[in-house]
Ligand binder design. Sequence first.
Ligand code: ATP
Length: 296
Amino acid sequence: MRVPAKVNVQLAVGGVRPDGFHDLANVFLAVGLYDHVTAAPAGPGAGCAVTCEGPGSDRVPLDRGNLAVRAAELLAAHHGRAPDVRLHIAKDIPVAGGMAGGSADAAGALLACDALWGTATPRHVLLELCARLGSDVPFSLVGGAALGRGRGELLTEVPVSGTFHWVFALADGGLSTPEVYRACDRRRGAAPVPEPEPDPALLAALREGDPRALAARLANDLQPAALALRPSLADTLAAGRAAGALAGLVSGSGPTCAFLAADADAAAALAASLEASGTCRAARATTAPASGAVLR
Ligand code: ATP
């Protein structure tokens, strides 16, 4: 299964809910950076084993802490069968990079195991299982563009025209998503937090395929907290803007930075400038929207 990364073109974060989560207005866009998840048969009683290769794979847990393992076990339990499978993850999505790599692997593992076990799980049930695994997992399954409400798992499709060109500046190491949310809450203190609402101008820019209009509306409420935890990201954002990006922002909880470019040539030039700037580990040009988890 090939599963895409995401960038949040709008991430509006509400106050903390009694259950510890935050209400969000989260506009997801799937982008062309992919992990590949495969499922191979394992003997009776073997359980679920996982291996992982690629950049940062030494930071990916290989036990039940791996979201792909949890996905396989959840699907097996749903069908009352043993979770015997050997999963393999080839990672290209940065680990703990704010691009939902673990969620992508969970969605990929669900589909890969469903195919291997012949369990033919209906799409709406797969989506329910995804939501139980994590707020970003349903979007990794569907891809494209979507608005996530609730804690991000209640999805409605967002229409998009054309292709948007992005550059992602990959950082060394990761940032912990819960830590970034806690830093965001601390920075806000006791100040009242408005209800998170999707931005109509941003949705119109996506619908019309207008990169300049989208650039003007990119917004991430987690960005100040991510910058406070990793001040060097300000240099990365400045380097991208100086190199001609239409706009730049921290992707989700970071530390990956995302830049919108006018077209494919501008994206290639921007990626080269960012790499030369020394403000990131690597820069990758790609396009959006990408499709969700697909058999590849
Ligand atoms: P998000 O954008 O959804 O908040 P993220 O992209 O910042 O997440 P992930 O790459 O999903 O971060 O990983 C976050 C943590 O989850 C990792 O540090 C790792 O310990 C754990 N993890 C569990 N399963 C996986 C997986 N399959 N791939 C990567 N990390 C995983």
